[in-house]
Write a protein that binds this ligand. Structure first.
Ligand code: EPZ
Length: 432
């Protein structure tokens, strides 16, 4: 059980470049399966979810080389349409390989990825959309098989703007017969990046100005291309809230402030002084943040659910009480008991957390159970007096390339340790 030891009580200062986006690179790696050629992805983050996706691509016949931040995927030969459960269970977002394998081979088989600690994570929206595209689906208790002689384009309106379902429809539609009109599509920047990548490979794709309607004209084939993965807006937001928690003055480079709209608005309410340039965001945090009366998570461009826990960590030190509501996942307030070990005053009622800010948090031994909660505990440790030990570093490694490298570069003090920690369910970091 790996751990992170954080020496808190000191403000942050410095500047870093933000890594490539986990939630952009994973669907684009899946999309590379549609290309009967070679895809080269630059600025690819070295995180365990990327390593897991590489194993999945290799298991279906892709040749993959990962050198520095450059990932080469040769998908000229696809030799299998079955996804090994060993990797699917580690990373449930492997479900986005369904659309890609169906588009490329007309078939896919996998065991259900199941839910995770933040929610049940059903895939009904994905399967409903596939059925509307002429894809036959067979389900047993744990196995899922889908096939289509020829996927046909159709008009599809998602019951909710699911990120994964949007990605799967796009991937299934790119090489389909005819045109697919997808309505109520997810509008996250990662969807825009996936569309940009596919257009660069020769896909016939159009996104409305608002991003909620996507038209895909099926083409016969895609061609090789090179693409640079955009920055990770959730990693950037994590470090901004860490600075709001601990205090200080940082700059994040190679980022696009427009994708952080709601996050920067909340930071300004908390008393943060934010200056944005074309490709950077600089933050001067107050010595103690102001509370936020009410924030609810929502689909993009609302406040991102993935930053709800880092925001909560920062609000634990605010001068007054704040109310957070989680509307996307049914079980995403899990770091509350761990923050209470550090002296936080938080009341949970259903999907709402009422945070009574206290002047100081105290270092403690806490455990991460999932990716963003784990990162939030590191941010809380930066603000706490004394040392905080966070067990379950493997969860954080799924999405943060090297949180120690980044935080130390921003003036924080932390180190990694391989230690036996409190017993955790399962060895592997089950992933969202
Ligand atoms: C993506 O997950 C992200 N993961 C998540 O990031 C992110 O939290 C989420 O989008 C929301 O922004 C990746 O991109 C790899 P959804 P996804 O389908 O696609 C329900 C992280 O920390 N739903 O938009 O699974 C679902 O249960 C991870 O980086 C259905 O009911 O999200 C959830 O309540 C965590 N039926 C809500 O929709 C479906 O068929 C949002 O899910 C699909 C989803």
């Amino acid at each position: 059980m790996d751990s992170i030891h954080v020496q808190g009580g000191r403000s942050l200062s410095g500047e870093i470049s933000v890594q490539g986006s986990k939630n952009a690179v994973l669907p684009i790696m899946a999309a590379a399966v549609l290309v009967k050629g070679v895809t080269v992805l630059k600025n690819c983050p070295d995180i365990t979810d990327v390593r897991c996706m590489i194993k999945l691509l290799q298991s279906i016949g892709c040749l993959v080389e990962y050198t520095g931040d450059s990932l080469m995927i040769d998908a000229r030969q696809i030799t299998s349409h079955t996804l090994p459960h060993e990797y699917v269970k580690k990373m449930r977002s492997s479900i986005i390989l369904m659309g890609a394998l169906l588009g490329r081979t007309g078939k896919v088989a996998l065991n259900y990825p199941g839910g995770c600690i933040i929610g049940k994570r059903p895939i009904d929206l994905h399967l409903e959309a596939f059925a509307e595209m002429g894809i036959r689906i067979e389900q047993t208790d744990e196995k899922l098989e889908a096939a289509a002689h020829r996927i046909r384009g159709n008009e599809i309106c998602l019951r909710m703007a699911s990120v994964g379902a949007t990605e799967n429809v796009i991937l299934a539609a790119v090489l389909a017969e005819g045109t697919t009109i997808l309505k109520n599509a997810a509008r996250e920047p990662e969807i825009a990046a996936l569309c940009d990548f596919l257009i660069r490979c020769g896909a016939g794709l159009y996104r409305s100005a608002k991003g909620d309607v996507i038209v895909i004209e099926g083409v016969r084939a895609l061609h090789s291309c090179e693409y640079r993965i955009p920055f990770d807006r959730i990693v950037a937001g994590t470090y901004l809230f860490g600075t709001m928690a601990a205090g200080g003055n940082i700059c994040l480079r190679d980022i696009c402030a427009d994708q952080l709209g709601q996050v920067l608005a909340v930071i300004r309410i908390m008393g943060g002084n934010v200056v944005c340039t074309r490709d950077a965001v600089c933050l001067q945090a107050p010595s103690r943040p102001l509370p936020v009366p009410y924030v609810r998570t929502a689909v993009y461009p609302g406040f991102p659910t993935d930053l709800q826990s880092p925001l909560m960590a920062a609000l634990c030190r605010a001068d007054g009480h704040s109310l957070l509501e989680e509307t996307i996942f049914e079980n995403r307030l899990r770091i509350v008991p761990e923050l209470r070990k550090m002296g936080a005053q938080i009341m949970v009622n259903g999907r709402q957390a009422k945070i009574e800010g206290t002047g100081c948090l105290c270092g403690a031994c806490v455990k991460a159970e999932e990716l963003r909660g784990g990162a939030a505990l590191v941010m809380a440790g930066l603000a706490a007096q004394g040392e905080t030990v966070i067990y379950g570093r493997e969860f954080i490694n799924r999405g943060y390339e090297d949180i120690r490298r980044d935080i130390v570069s921003l003036g924080g003090s932390l180190f990694y340790e391989e230690t036996e920690g409190p017993s955790q369910k399962g060895d592997e970091a089950e992933t969202e």
